[in-house]
Design a protein around this ligand. Sequence first.
Ligand SMILES: O=C[C@H](O)COP(=O)(O)O
Length: 248
Amino acid sequence: MRRKLIAGNWKMNGSLAANAVLLNGIKGELGQPTCTVTVCVPAPYLAQCRAELAGSPVAWGGQDVSIHDSGAYTGEISGGMLADFGARYVIVGHSERRTYHGETNELVAQKALCALRAGLVPIVCVGESLAERESNQTAAVVGAQIDAVLTRLDPKDLAKTVIAYEPVWAIGTGKTATPQMAQDVHAMLRAKLAEKSAEAAELVQILYGGSMKPDNAKELLAMPDIDGGLIGGASLKAADFLAIVRAA
Ligand SMILES: O=C[C@H](O)COP(=O)(O)O
């Protein structure tokens, strides 16, 4: 049985003062969760997470990683740097990076590999746009996104990877995929993973992301191939994030 993972993606939100309130709110009420919990924060706040969360059940991570280890790459952050601050996870290929920064399937796959090399767990995001869903291209688009990762990773690395299915039309819109819609794509993804390695396919956590909230989390998380959530907006309020953790 796969352990559930609830990951908060703060995106480009936060301040030292606001983060302190949020992190203390989460820590104070969390107790001993039965699922794994992490927050993925803007890089400048990794040190704050390390100071506030070390020794707690909450892990922390980044939102992007460079494909380079070091050197003249202004603005880039390496996996080693994230690991230096105790990060355990890093999101790669979020649709906002694909859309606003032109990240391709191949680049995302390289980033996943670099994260693994640095000892981090990549949370690889895949998902289709509304136009793609409406023209019945979901399986083709998501399939191509995952295929790039499967080409790069060997079964051992694959088993250490997390996948997040995030339909772009559900992100920050309040529209959620129905549990069955999400389950169908998750099952398709797991079948793809199994073509590479049946063992890895059983181990990989496949998260759902896209307007997951306290009032819909339970139903989504009850589906057999939904192993957790990648939470945007609701991860910025301690009460909402904790409610989703409890639903898991
Ligand atoms: O990474 C998180 C997703 O983009 C979901 O964001 P959301 O929960 O605000 O829809």
